[in-house]
Design a protein around this ligand. Structure first.
Ligand code: PLP
Length: 387
């Protein structure tokens, strides 16, 4: 075109930046519309194989890059991003379950996943059943002909039981049932899900990958192209897009993730050991401690621990007293989630959450952040004095 009006010039400028720019931060590509070179390219591109771009929702160089980095990290071959960890969980269920199917969830499962199970059962003609997280090979006895999926979580993120993953996977696979692992606690660093035999690794990137307490995102990693295709169809049909800026934030967290994770781990073990020696505490539910159910599975399968653990108070303390303890903490924020620099605390009504909970004491969960542990311990000490 030879002559453009001012208005058109604003929309179709002449300038294109020179090629050849390079830098460490990945580029942030914002797009709803993706442009095709020509009609042939538009007709031949395959968004599912990530060999071409079709629409912002189905991937940009920014999201493809994050997906590839996460797949490599988990030891998988394919990855799909979702707008939250919970959305990633839901995507697995909607991809793999249909009316009259059955799904097994551990009784200590992340509570919104349990809520999703309730919904599928109430409204979608799917049954969600809950198993003892320490069932191990005994899962075989629960599998029915219509069972399609077993969810696992290692450890359960409130009561912290560590399952026998290889035994669960072996039994499930002998019955042709797929196993999905919520691997958020270990960030994929301390537990290698595919080595345990699972088929799908789910991560809440909201936690350690981001590390900033400022972004929500989830991921599903697989090692199987056909299984990934099933998940990718649900991803497309449900419109599971993530924003380019959020993908950038997660990528910015990745280089430091292992060092942060190891710092959380060391600090959490120090604080947990201090709590274990306190007379107010009857049990420290930290997978690296013998008090924790499934500790032997942690010792066999994990190479480290995160910053998250729970404690049980002596049953002589009422909820009112442990609530006062929580409210008296000054360095610990009262809030959900974890994986950021700030220490957090959360009391749970565990007796109401679980079928056969074994203990009468109040459960309080700690997320140990990156503060100085001496300061954190001093803070806990002053709050215990207010019990
Ligand atoms: C946080 C979390 C999720 C969900 O992640 P969101 O991004 O908050 O939806 C799922 N599972 C576990 C174990 C989590 O800790």
């Amino acid at each position: 075109m030879t002559k453009k009006s001012l208005q058109t010039t604003l929309i179709h400028p002449d300038y294109t930046a020179p090629e050849g720019f390079d830098a460490y931060p990945p580029a942030i590509h914002h797009a709803s519309t993706v442009l095709f070179k020509d009609v042939a390219a538009m007709r031949s591109g395959d968004w599912k194989n990530k060999t071409a771009y079709t629409y912002g929702l189905h991937g940009t160089p920014t999201t493809f890059t994050l997906e590839a980095r996460l797949a490599e990290l988990e030891g998988g071959t394919h990855c799909l991003l979702a707008p939250s960890g919970l959305a990633a969980i839901a995507m697995v269920d909607f991809a793999l379950l249909k009316t009259s199917d059955d799904v097994l969830l551990p009784d200590n499962v992340y509570n919104p996943n349990r809520e999703l199970g309730r919904w599928l059962t109430a409204d979608y003609g799917i049954t969600a059943r809950y198993y003892d997280p320490l069932v191990g090979a005994g899962i075989a006895g629960l599998i029915q002909p219509n069972t399609k999926l077993v969810w696992t979580e290692a450890p359960g993120s409130v009561s912290m039981e560590v399952p026998d993953l290889p035994a669960i996977c072996k039994a499930a696979h002998e019955h042709g049932v797929l196993v999905a692992l919520d691997n958020t606690w270990s960030a994929g660093l301390a537990l290698r899900g595919f080595d345990m035999g699972v088929d799908i690794v789910m991560q809440a990137l909201t936690k350690y990958q981001s590390g900033g307490s400022d972004v929500l995102m989830g991921a599903l990693v697989t090692r199987d192209a056909a299984l990934n295709d099933r998940l990718a169809m649900a991803h497309m049909r449900l419109g599971m897009g993530v924003s380019a800026d959020d993908a950038f934030l997660v990528m910015r967290g990745l280089p430091s993730m292992k060092l942060r994770f190891e710092a959380h781990d060391a600090s959490a073990r120090k604080v947990a050991a201090w709590l274990k020696a306190r007379p107010e505490i009857t049990r420290v539910l930290h997978p690296a401690f013998e008090d924790c159910p499934g500790h032997e599975n942690w010792k066999r399968d994990f190479t480290g621990a995160g910053g998250l653990f729970s404690v049980l108070f002596d049953a002589r303390y009422t909820e009112q007293q442990t609530d006062r303890f929580v409210d008296s903490l000054e360095l610990f924020g009262l809030g959900y989630s974890w994986g950021g620099a700030n220490s957090l605390v959360m009391p749970y009504r565990i007796q109401a959450m679980r079928k056969n909970w074994h203990d009468g004491g109040m459960l309080v969960r700690f997320n140990i952040g990156l503060e100085d542990t001496a300061d954190l311990i001093a803070d806990i000490e002053q709050a215990l004095a207010k019990l």
